[in-house]
Design a protein around this ligand. Structure first.
Ligand code: NAD
Length: 472
Protein backbone atom coordinates (compact mmCIF):
# COMPACT_ATOMS: atom_id res chain seq x y z
CA UNK A 1 0.00 0.00 0.00
CA UNK A 2 1.27 3.47 -0.91
CA UNK A 3 2.24 5.73 1.99
CA UNK A 4 -0.51 8.23 1.06
CA UNK A 5 -3.15 5.45 0.89
CA UNK A 6 -2.01 4.23 4.28
CA UNK A 7 -2.41 7.74 5.73
CA UNK A 8 -5.88 8.04 4.15
CA UNK A 9 -6.93 4.73 5.66
CA UNK A 10 -5.67 5.79 9.08
CA UNK A 11 -7.66 9.03 8.83
CA UNK A 12 -10.83 7.16 7.78
CA UNK A 13 -10.77 4.66 10.65
CA UNK A 14 -12.50 6.85 13.19
CA UNK A 15 -15.37 7.58 10.78
CA UNK A 16 -15.82 3.90 9.93
CA UNK A 17 -16.10 3.04 13.61
CA UNK A 18 -18.45 5.96 14.30
CA UNK A 19 -20.71 4.83 11.42
CA UNK A 20 -20.90 1.30 12.84
CA UNK A 21 -21.63 2.56 16.36
CA UNK A 22 -24.37 4.88 15.08
CA UNK A 23 -25.90 2.08 13.02
CA UNK A 24 -25.91 -0.16 16.09
CA UNK A 25 -27.75 2.48 18.11
CA UNK A 26 -30.14 3.22 15.23
CA UNK A 27 -31.08 -0.39 14.49
CA UNK A 28 -30.75 -1.85 17.99
CA UNK A 29 -29.54 -5.35 18.74
CA UNK A 30 -30.41 -7.82 15.99
CA UNK A 31 -32.88 -10.54 16.95
CA UNK A 32 -32.32 -14.26 16.48
CA UNK A 33 -33.78 -14.26 12.97
CA UNK A 34 -31.55 -11.41 11.76
CA UNK A 35 -28.44 -13.05 13.20
CA UNK A 36 -29.29 -16.41 11.64
CA UNK A 37 -29.84 -14.91 8.23
CA UNK A 38 -26.52 -13.03 8.42
CA UNK A 39 -24.68 -16.20 9.40
CA UNK A 40 -26.35 -18.25 6.68
CA UNK A 41 -25.56 -15.61 4.07
CA UNK A 42 -21.94 -15.57 5.23
CA UNK A 43 -21.67 -19.36 4.97
CA UNK A 44 -23.27 -19.31 1.53
CA UNK A 45 -20.79 -16.69 0.34
CA UNK A 46 -17.82 -18.66 1.68
CA UNK A 47 -18.99 -21.77 -0.15
CA UNK A 48 -19.69 -19.82 -3.34
CA UNK A 49 -16.29 -18.15 -3.27
CA UNK A 50 -14.35 -21.10 -1.98
CA UNK A 51 -12.07 -21.41 -4.99
CA UNK A 52 -11.33 -17.66 -5.01
CA UNK A 53 -10.26 -17.96 -1.37
CA UNK A 54 -8.09 -21.01 -2.13
CA UNK A 55 -6.44 -19.24 -5.07
CA UNK A 56 -5.79 -16.15 -2.96
CA UNK A 57 -4.11 -18.17 -0.20
CA UNK A 58 -2.03 -19.98 -2.83
CA UNK A 59 -0.91 -16.63 -4.26
CA UNK A 60 0.01 -15.30 -0.81
CA UNK A 61 2.02 -18.34 0.22
CA UNK A 62 3.61 -19.03 -3.15
CA UNK A 63 2.53 -22.58 -2.48
CA UNK A 64 -0.01 -23.96 0.00
CA UNK A 65 -1.70 -27.31 -0.70
CA UNK A 66 -5.28 -26.63 -1.77
CA UNK A 67 -6.40 -29.51 0.45
CA UNK A 68 -4.87 -27.74 3.48
CA UNK A 69 -6.67 -24.50 2.68
CA UNK A 70 -9.92 -26.42 2.17
CA UNK A 71 -9.58 -28.57 5.30
CA UNK A 72 -7.96 -26.10 7.67
CA UNK A 73 -9.51 -22.81 6.56
CA UNK A 74 -12.73 -23.09 4.56
CA UNK A 75 -14.17 -26.14 6.31
CA UNK A 76 -13.56 -24.90 9.90
CA UNK A 77 -15.08 -21.50 9.08
CA UNK A 78 -18.17 -23.18 7.57
CA UNK A 79 -18.44 -25.67 10.44
CA UNK A 80 -18.23 -22.91 13.04
CA UNK A 81 -21.07 -21.08 11.30
CA UNK A 82 -23.13 -24.25 11.02
CA UNK A 83 -22.62 -24.88 14.76
CA UNK A 84 -23.54 -21.30 15.66
CA UNK A 85 -26.70 -21.45 13.55
CA UNK A 86 -27.75 -24.68 15.24
CA UNK A 87 -27.18 -23.47 18.81
CA UNK A 88 -27.77 -19.73 18.70
CA UNK A 89 -31.28 -19.81 20.10
CA UNK A 90 -30.00 -21.62 23.20
CA UNK A 91 -26.96 -19.33 23.52
CA UNK A 92 -29.15 -16.20 23.37
CA UNK A 93 -31.76 -17.43 25.83
CA UNK A 94 -31.81 -15.44 29.09
CA UNK A 95 -30.79 -17.45 32.14
CA UNK A 96 -32.78 -17.43 35.36
CA UNK A 97 -30.68 -16.86 38.45
CA UNK A 98 -31.29 -17.50 42.12
CA UNK A 99 -32.91 -14.83 44.30
CA UNK A 100 -32.22 -14.93 48.06
CA UNK A 101 -35.15 -15.30 50.50
CA UNK A 102 -34.95 -11.68 51.64
CA UNK A 103 -35.59 -10.49 48.09
CA UNK A 104 -38.53 -12.75 47.30
CA UNK A 105 -40.62 -12.43 45.21
CA UNK A 106 -38.08 -10.71 43.00
CA UNK A 107 -36.75 -12.21 39.77
CA UNK A 108 -33.15 -12.29 38.58
CA UNK A 109 -31.83 -13.24 35.18
CA UNK A 110 -28.93 -12.78 32.82
CA UNK A 111 -29.60 -11.29 29.42
CA UNK A 112 -26.90 -11.63 26.77
CA UNK A 113 -26.55 -8.36 24.89
CA UNK A 114 -24.32 -7.55 21.94
CA UNK A 115 -21.28 -5.48 22.89
CA UNK A 116 -21.65 -3.19 19.86
CA UNK A 117 -18.65 -2.99 17.53
CA UNK A 118 -15.92 -5.61 17.74
CA UNK A 119 -12.48 -5.10 16.17
CA UNK A 120 -10.85 -8.27 14.83
CA UNK A 121 -7.13 -8.39 13.96
CA UNK A 122 -6.10 -11.54 12.07
CA UNK A 123 -2.69 -13.12 11.39
CA UNK A 124 -1.31 -14.45 8.09
CA UNK A 125 -0.86 -18.14 8.87
CA UNK A 126 -4.53 -19.18 8.44
CA UNK A 127 -5.76 -15.93 6.94
CA UNK A 128 -9.25 -17.19 6.07
CA UNK A 129 -10.36 -19.14 9.13
CA UNK A 130 -8.70 -16.87 11.68
CA UNK A 131 -10.51 -13.90 10.16
CA UNK A 132 -13.90 -15.52 9.51
CA UNK A 133 -14.27 -17.63 12.66
CA UNK A 134 -13.95 -14.71 15.10
CA UNK A 135 -16.07 -12.62 12.74
CA UNK A 136 -18.86 -15.23 12.67
CA UNK A 137 -18.76 -15.49 16.47
CA UNK A 138 -19.06 -11.71 16.77
CA UNK A 139 -22.00 -11.69 14.32
CA UNK A 140 -23.71 -14.50 16.25
CA UNK A 141 -23.41 -12.38 19.39
CA UNK A 142 -25.17 -9.55 17.50
CA UNK A 143 -22.18 -7.28 16.98
CA UNK A 144 -20.90 -5.27 14.08
CA UNK A 145 -17.32 -5.96 13.04
CA UNK A 146 -14.28 -4.14 11.73
CA UNK A 147 -11.74 -6.67 10.46
CA UNK A 148 -8.06 -6.03 9.84
CA UNK A 149 -6.29 -8.92 8.10
CA UNK A 150 -2.50 -9.27 7.92
CA UNK A 151 -0.49 -7.19 5.47
CA UNK A 152 1.41 -10.40 4.58
CA UNK A 153 -1.62 -11.89 2.83
CA UNK A 154 -2.81 -9.15 0.45
CA UNK A 155 -4.56 -11.52 -1.99
CA UNK A 156 -6.57 -13.16 0.77
CA UNK A 157 -7.40 -9.78 2.30
CA UNK A 158 -8.74 -8.60 -1.07
CA UNK A 159 -10.78 -11.81 -1.48
CA UNK A 160 -12.22 -11.41 2.03
CA UNK A 161 -13.05 -7.78 1.35
CA UNK A 162 -15.02 -8.70 -1.78
CA UNK A 163 -16.77 -11.60 -0.08
CA UNK A 164 -17.80 -9.61 2.98
CA UNK A 165 -18.91 -6.59 0.94
CA UNK A 166 -21.28 -8.92 -0.94
CA UNK A 167 -22.94 -10.05 2.28
CA UNK A 168 -22.81 -7.06 4.62
CA UNK A 169 -23.35 -3.33 4.48
CA UNK A 170 -20.23 -1.34 5.36
CA UNK A 171 -21.78 -0.30 8.68
CA UNK A 172 -22.30 -3.98 9.57
CA UNK A 173 -18.93 -5.45 8.61
CA UNK A 174 -16.00 -3.66 7.11
CA UNK A 175 -12.51 -4.82 6.15
CA UNK A 176 -9.58 -2.48 6.70
CA UNK A 177 -6.29 -3.23 4.96
CA UNK A 178 -2.89 -1.65 5.35
CA UNK A 179 0.55 -1.88 6.88
CA UNK A 180 1.92 -1.14 10.31
CA UNK A 181 0.56 2.43 10.60
CA UNK A 182 -2.96 1.18 9.89
CA UNK A 183 -2.47 -1.75 12.29
CA UNK A 184 -1.36 0.55 15.12
CA UNK A 185 -4.16 3.05 14.53
CA UNK A 186 -6.69 0.20 14.32
CA UNK A 187 -5.59 -1.23 17.69
CA UNK A 188 -6.02 2.20 19.27
CA UNK A 189 -9.68 2.61 18.23
CA UNK A 190 -12.33 2.74 20.98
CA UNK A 191 -14.03 -0.54 20.05
CA UNK A 192 -16.43 -2.27 22.40
CA UNK A 193 -14.08 -5.27 22.25
CA UNK A 194 -10.89 -6.13 20.39
CA UNK A 195 -10.10 -9.71 19.42
CA UNK A 196 -6.50 -10.13 18.34
CA UNK A 197 -4.87 -13.26 16.94
CA UNK A 198 -1.11 -13.06 16.54
CA UNK A 199 2.19 -13.17 18.36
CA UNK A 200 2.67 -12.70 22.10
CA UNK A 201 5.01 -9.80 21.41
CA UNK A 202 2.47 -7.84 19.34
CA UNK A 203 -0.26 -8.92 21.78
CA UNK A 204 1.47 -6.85 24.48
CA UNK A 205 1.28 -3.67 22.34
CA UNK A 206 -2.34 -4.43 21.46
CA UNK A 207 -3.28 -4.64 25.13
CA UNK A 208 -1.41 -1.43 25.86
CA UNK A 209 -3.15 0.43 23.01
CA UNK A 210 -6.58 -0.94 24.01
CA UNK A 211 -6.08 0.02 27.65
CA UNK A 212 -6.04 3.73 26.72
CA UNK A 213 -9.78 3.44 25.97
CA UNK A 214 -10.44 0.60 28.45
CA UNK A 215 -11.30 -1.64 25.51
CA UNK A 216 -11.60 -5.25 26.70
CA UNK A 217 -9.42 -7.63 24.72
CA UNK A 218 -9.33 -11.26 23.73
CA UNK A 219 -5.76 -12.18 22.86
CA UNK A 220 -5.21 -15.39 20.90
CA UNK A 221 -1.44 -15.62 21.04
CA UNK A 222 1.33 -18.11 20.36
CA UNK A 223 4.32 -19.64 22.09
CA UNK A 224 5.98 -23.01 22.35
CA UNK A 225 3.50 -25.90 22.56
CA UNK A 226 5.17 -29.10 23.82
CA UNK A 227 4.28 -32.71 23.01
CA UNK A 228 5.06 -35.14 25.84
CA UNK A 229 5.36 -38.80 24.88
CA UNK A 230 4.92 -41.21 27.77
CA UNK A 231 7.73 -43.81 28.14
CA UNK A 232 7.07 -46.68 25.74
CA UNK A 233 4.46 -44.74 23.71
CA UNK A 234 6.60 -44.00 20.66
CA UNK A 235 4.61 -45.83 17.98
CA UNK A 236 3.43 -45.08 14.45
CA UNK A 237 0.18 -43.50 15.59
CA UNK A 238 1.97 -41.11 17.97
CA UNK A 239 4.69 -40.14 15.53
CA UNK A 240 2.30 -39.71 12.61
CA UNK A 241 0.14 -37.34 14.66
CA UNK A 242 3.17 -35.31 15.76
CA UNK A 243 4.61 -35.15 12.23
CA UNK A 244 1.25 -34.09 10.80
CA UNK A 245 0.73 -31.44 13.49
CA UNK A 246 4.26 -30.16 12.96
CA UNK A 247 4.35 -30.14 9.18
CA UNK A 248 0.83 -29.08 8.17
CA UNK A 249 1.25 -25.62 6.66
CA UNK A 250 5.03 -26.25 6.98
CA UNK A 251 4.82 -25.74 10.73
CA UNK A 252 3.22 -22.28 10.49
CA UNK A 253 0.45 -23.22 12.90
CA UNK A 254 -0.06 -21.64 16.32
CA UNK A 255 -0.92 -25.02 17.88
CA UNK A 256 1.75 -27.05 16.07
CA UNK A 257 3.80 -29.13 18.52
CA UNK A 258 6.83 -26.87 18.89
CA UNK A 259 9.15 -29.49 20.40
CA UNK A 260 8.79 -33.03 21.65
CA UNK A 261 9.65 -34.43 25.09
CA UNK A 262 10.68 -38.07 24.75
CA UNK A 263 11.93 -40.50 27.39
CA UNK A 264 15.69 -40.96 26.95
CA UNK A 265 15.28 -44.68 26.23
CA UNK A 266 12.85 -43.90 23.39
CA UNK A 267 14.92 -41.25 21.67
CA UNK A 268 16.40 -43.42 18.92
CA UNK A 269 13.09 -45.08 18.21
CA UNK A 270 11.44 -41.66 17.87
CA UNK A 271 14.16 -40.36 15.55
CA UNK A 272 13.90 -43.42 13.29
CA UNK A 273 10.11 -43.37 13.14
CA UNK A 274 9.91 -39.61 12.61
CA UNK A 275 12.26 -39.89 9.61
CA UNK A 276 10.22 -42.76 8.16
CA UNK A 277 6.93 -40.97 8.74
CA UNK A 278 8.09 -37.73 7.14
CA UNK A 279 9.36 -39.68 4.12
CA UNK A 280 5.95 -41.37 3.82
CA UNK A 281 3.95 -38.13 4.16
CA UNK A 282 6.25 -36.04 1.96
CA UNK A 283 8.19 -38.34 -0.39
CA UNK A 284 9.84 -35.38 -2.14
CA UNK A 285 10.54 -33.48 1.07
CA UNK A 286 9.65 -29.83 0.80
CA UNK A 287 9.22 -30.24 -2.96
CA UNK A 288 6.13 -32.39 -2.31
CA UNK A 289 2.89 -31.01 -3.67
CA UNK A 290 1.28 -31.38 -0.24
CA UNK A 291 3.89 -29.29 1.54
CA UNK A 292 3.43 -25.53 2.01
CA UNK A 293 5.99 -22.80 1.42
CA UNK A 294 7.19 -20.39 4.07
CA UNK A 295 5.14 -17.20 3.91
CA UNK A 296 7.92 -14.75 3.04
CA UNK A 297 11.69 -14.28 2.75
CA UNK A 298 11.95 -12.76 6.23
CA UNK A 299 10.46 -15.84 7.88
CA UNK A 300 12.49 -18.16 5.63
CA UNK A 301 15.69 -16.38 6.70
CA UNK A 302 14.56 -16.44 10.35
CA UNK A 303 14.12 -20.23 10.25
CA UNK A 304 17.47 -20.73 8.52
CA UNK A 305 18.97 -18.54 11.25
CA UNK A 306 17.47 -20.83 13.95
CA UNK A 307 19.07 -23.86 12.26
CA UNK A 308 22.47 -22.19 11.95
CA UNK A 309 22.42 -20.96 15.55
CA UNK A 310 21.51 -24.46 16.83
CA UNK A 311 24.24 -26.09 14.74
CA UNK A 312 26.83 -23.52 15.84
CA UNK A 313 25.95 -24.23 19.46
CA UNK A 314 26.40 -27.98 19.08
CA UNK A 315 22.96 -29.39 18.18
CA UNK A 316 22.74 -32.29 15.72
CA UNK A 317 20.60 -31.02 12.88
CA UNK A 318 19.17 -33.56 10.43
CA UNK A 319 17.42 -32.56 7.25
CA UNK A 320 14.57 -34.88 6.35
CA UNK A 321 14.15 -34.79 2.62
CA UNK A 322 15.58 -36.41 -0.45
CA UNK A 323 19.09 -35.24 -1.30
CA UNK A 324 17.91 -32.23 -3.26
CA UNK A 325 19.68 -28.94 -3.10
CA UNK A 326 17.12 -26.82 -1.26
CA UNK A 327 17.84 -23.90 -3.52
CA UNK A 328 16.36 -26.03 -6.32
CA UNK A 329 13.04 -26.25 -4.53
CA UNK A 330 10.37 -23.97 -5.83
CA UNK A 331 9.78 -20.73 -3.93
CA UNK A 332 10.41 -20.43 -0.20
CA UNK A 333 10.20 -24.11 0.67
CA UNK A 334 12.08 -25.41 3.70
CA UNK A 335 12.53 -29.15 4.33
CA UNK A 336 11.50 -30.72 7.63
CA UNK A 337 14.38 -30.84 10.14
CA UNK A 338 14.95 -32.80 13.34
CA UNK A 339 17.20 -31.26 16.02
CA UNK A 340 18.87 -33.33 18.73
CA UNK A 341 21.08 -32.19 21.61
CA UNK A 342 19.30 -28.84 21.97
CA UNK A 343 19.57 -26.62 25.05
CA UNK A 344 18.09 -23.42 26.42
CA UNK A 345 20.97 -21.32 25.09
CA UNK A 346 19.78 -21.95 21.53
CA UNK A 347 17.37 -19.54 19.90
CA UNK A 348 15.30 -22.48 18.65
CA UNK A 349 14.47 -23.34 22.28
CA UNK A 350 13.69 -19.75 23.25
CA UNK A 351 11.48 -18.54 20.38
CA UNK A 352 8.27 -20.03 19.04
CA UNK A 353 9.57 -21.92 15.98
CA UNK A 354 6.60 -21.51 13.60
CA UNK A 355 8.23 -23.65 10.92
CA UNK A 356 9.09 -27.28 10.09
CA UNK A 357 11.90 -27.74 12.65
CA UNK A 358 11.33 -30.26 15.44
CA UNK A 359 13.69 -30.23 18.46
CA UNK A 360 13.76 -33.40 20.55
CA UNK A 361 14.24 -32.94 24.31
CA UNK A 362 14.80 -36.06 26.44
CA UNK A 363 13.61 -36.63 30.00
CA UNK A 364 14.23 -39.28 32.66
CA UNK A 365 10.95 -39.33 34.59
CA UNK A 366 7.49 -37.86 34.03
CA UNK A 367 8.19 -35.39 36.88
CA UNK A 368 11.15 -34.01 34.88
CA UNK A 369 9.02 -33.62 31.76
CA UNK A 370 6.33 -31.80 33.75
CA UNK A 371 8.92 -29.60 35.48
CA UNK A 372 10.38 -28.72 32.06
CA UNK A 373 6.98 -27.55 30.83
CA UNK A 374 6.20 -25.72 34.07
CA UNK A 375 9.55 -23.93 33.98
CA UNK A 376 8.45 -22.11 30.82
CA UNK A 377 5.56 -19.79 29.87
CA UNK A 378 2.18 -21.50 29.82
CA UNK A 379 1.60 -22.94 26.34
CA UNK A 380 -1.32 -22.47 23.98
CA UNK A 381 -1.56 -26.24 23.49
CA UNK A 382 0.00 -29.16 25.30
CA UNK A 383 -0.06 -32.63 23.80
CA UNK A 384 0.17 -35.90 25.66
CA UNK A 385 0.76 -39.21 23.92
CA UNK A 386 0.28 -42.43 25.84
CA UNK A 387 -2.37 -44.14 27.94
CA UNK A 388 -5.23 -41.63 28.26
CA UNK A 389 -6.48 -43.26 31.49
CA UNK A 390 -3.03 -43.90 32.90
CA UNK A 391 -1.13 -42.30 35.76
CA UNK A 392 1.21 -40.27 33.52
CA UNK A 393 -1.72 -38.66 31.73
CA UNK A 394 -3.41 -37.94 35.04
CA UNK A 395 -0.25 -36.22 36.28
CA UNK A 396 0.07 -34.10 33.13
CA UNK A 397 -3.60 -33.11 33.25
CA UNK A 398 -3.44 -32.12 36.90
CA UNK A 399 0.01 -30.55 37.11
CA UNK A 400 0.31 -28.50 33.94
CA UNK A 401 -1.64 -25.47 32.73
CA UNK A 402 -2.11 -24.85 29.03
CA UNK A 403 -4.74 -23.17 26.88
CA UNK A 404 -5.91 -26.58 25.65
CA UNK A 405 -4.76 -30.16 26.13
CA UNK A 406 -4.70 -32.65 23.26
CA UNK A 407 -4.47 -36.33 24.16
CA UNK A 408 -3.15 -38.64 21.45
CA UNK A 409 -3.90 -36.12 18.71
CA UNK A 410 -2.40 -32.84 17.59
CA UNK A 411 -4.47 -29.92 16.23
CA UNK A 412 -7.85 -31.65 16.48
CA UNK A 413 -8.98 -29.85 19.63
CA UNK A 414 -9.28 -26.72 17.46
CA UNK A 415 -11.97 -28.47 15.43
CA UNK A 416 -14.15 -29.20 18.48
CA UNK A 417 -16.81 -26.54 18.13
CA UNK A 418 -18.14 -27.14 21.62
CA UNK A 419 -14.77 -26.55 23.34
CA UNK A 420 -13.35 -23.14 24.19
CA UNK A 421 -10.18 -22.39 22.24
CA UNK A 422 -7.64 -19.98 23.67
CA UNK A 423 -4.48 -19.50 25.64
CA UNK A 424 -3.48 -18.85 29.22
CA UNK A 425 -0.69 -16.66 30.59
CA UNK A 426 1.66 -15.66 27.77
CA UNK A 427 -0.32 -17.69 25.23
CA UNK A 428 -3.44 -15.57 25.54
CA UNK A 429 -6.39 -14.07 27.34
CA UNK A 430 -9.93 -15.35 26.83
CA UNK A 431 -11.23 -17.97 24.45
CA UNK A 432 -13.69 -18.30 21.61
CA UNK A 433 -15.54 -21.22 19.93
CA UNK A 434 -18.64 -22.74 21.48
CA UNK A 435 -20.76 -20.96 24.04
CA UNK A 436 -17.61 -19.45 25.55
CA UNK A 437 -17.01 -17.56 22.30
CA UNK A 438 -20.60 -16.29 22.18
CA UNK A 439 -20.36 -15.13 25.79
CA UNK A 440 -16.92 -13.60 25.30
CA UNK A 441 -18.36 -11.27 22.68
CA UNK A 442 -21.61 -10.57 24.53
CA UNK A 443 -22.38 -8.50 27.59
CA UNK A 444 -23.91 -10.68 30.32
CA UNK A 445 -26.29 -8.15 31.82
CA UNK A 446 -27.62 -9.07 35.24
CA UNK A 447 -31.24 -7.95 35.52
CA UNK A 448 -33.12 -7.87 38.82
CA UNK A 449 -36.84 -7.14 38.91
CA UNK A 450 -38.47 -6.32 42.22
CA UNK A 451 -41.71 -8.18 43.04
CA UNK A 452 -44.78 -6.35 44.28
CA UNK A 453 -44.37 -7.86 47.71
CA UNK A 454 -40.75 -7.64 48.73
CA UNK A 455 -39.37 -7.94 52.19
CA UNK A 456 -36.18 -6.00 51.39
CA UNK A 457 -38.12 -2.96 50.20
CA UNK A 458 -39.77 -2.69 53.60
CA UNK A 459 -36.38 -2.10 55.16
CA UNK A 460 -36.10 1.66 55.50
CA UNK A 461 -34.83 3.92 58.26
CA UNK A 462 -35.53 4.19 61.06
CA UNK A 463 -34.40 0.56 61.27
CA UNK A 464 -36.41 -1.73 63.48
CA UNK A 465 -37.07 -5.39 63.96
CA UNK A 466 -37.37 -6.06 60.22
CA UNK A 467 -33.81 -4.89 59.50
CA UNK A 468 -32.57 -7.18 62.29
CA UNK A 469 -34.51 -10.08 60.78
CA UNK A 470 -32.97 -9.50 57.33
CA UNK A 471 -29.49 -9.37 58.86
CA UNK A 472 -29.93 -12.75 60.59
P1 NAD B 1 1.76 -10.76 14.36
O1 NAD B 1 1.57 -10.59 15.81
O2 NAD B 1 3.03 -10.30 13.74
O3 NAD B 1 0.59 -10.05 13.53
C1 NAD B 1 -0.78 -10.34 13.75
C2 NAD B 1 -1.63 -9.19 13.26
O4 NAD B 1 -1.33 -8.04 14.04
C3 NAD B 1 -1.43 -8.79 11.80
O5 NAD B 1 -2.68 -8.43 11.25
C4 NAD B 1 -0.54 -7.57 11.90
O6 NAD B 1 -0.73 -6.67 10.84
C5 NAD B 1 -1.03 -6.93 13.19
N1 NAD B 1 -0.03 -6.10 13.88
C6 NAD B 1 1.31 -6.21 13.85
N2 NAD B 1 1.87 -5.27 14.64
C7 NAD B 1 0.84 -4.54 15.17
C8 NAD B 1 0.76 -3.44 16.06
N3 NAD B 1 1.84 -2.89 16.60
N4 NAD B 1 -0.46 -2.97 16.38
C9 NAD B 1 -1.57 -3.55 15.88
N5 NAD B 1 -1.56 -4.59 15.03
C10 NAD B 1 -0.36 -5.10 14.69
O7 NAD B 1 1.51 -12.32 14.09
P2 NAD B 1 1.65 -13.11 12.74
O8 NAD B 1 3.09 -13.18 12.38
O9 NAD B 1 0.67 -12.61 11.74
O10 NAD B 1 1.13 -14.56 13.20
C11 NAD B 1 1.94 -15.48 13.82
C12 NAD B 1 1.74 -15.47 15.32
O11 NAD B 1 0.37 -15.58 15.62
C13 NAD B 1 2.39 -16.66 16.00
O12 NAD B 1 2.96 -16.25 17.21
C14 NAD B 1 1.24 -17.61 16.24
O13 NAD B 1 1.43 -18.52 17.29
C15 NAD B 1 0.15 -16.65 16.53
N6 NAD B 1 -1.14 -17.26 16.24
C16 NAD B 1 -1.99 -17.51 17.27
C17 NAD B 1 -3.20 -18.14 17.01
C18 NAD B 1 -4.17 -18.45 18.10
O14 NAD B 1 -5.31 -18.77 17.78
N7 NAD B 1 -3.81 -18.38 19.36
C19 NAD B 1 -3.53 -18.47 15.71
C20 NAD B 1 -2.64 -18.17 14.69
C21 NAD B 1 -1.46 -17.55 14.97
Amino acid sequence: MEQSDEADTVRALGDLLAAQKQAYLRDGPPDLGARLSRLKALRGAIIARRSALEDAVMADFGHRPVAETALMEVLPACETIRYLVRHLRRFMAPQRRHVGWAFQAGRARIEYQPLGVVGVIAPWNYPVSLALTPLATAIAAGNRVMLKPSEFTPHTSAALKTLLADVFAQDEVTVVTGGSDVAKAFAALPFDHLLFTGSTQVGRSIMKAASENLVPVTLELGGKSPAIIEPGAVNDRTVSSIAYGKLANAGQTCIAPDYVLVHEDDRLSFVRRYGETVARLFPDGSASRDYAAIINDRHHARLRGLLEDAEDRGATVTRLGPALDESENAGRKLDPYLLLGVDDGMQVMRDEIFGPLLPVVTYRGMEDAIAYVNGRPRPLALYFFGEARGEACRQVRAQTTSGNLGINATLLHFAQEDLPFGGVGESGIGAYHGIEGFRRLSHAKGVYAQGRLNLASLVRPPYGWLARLVLM
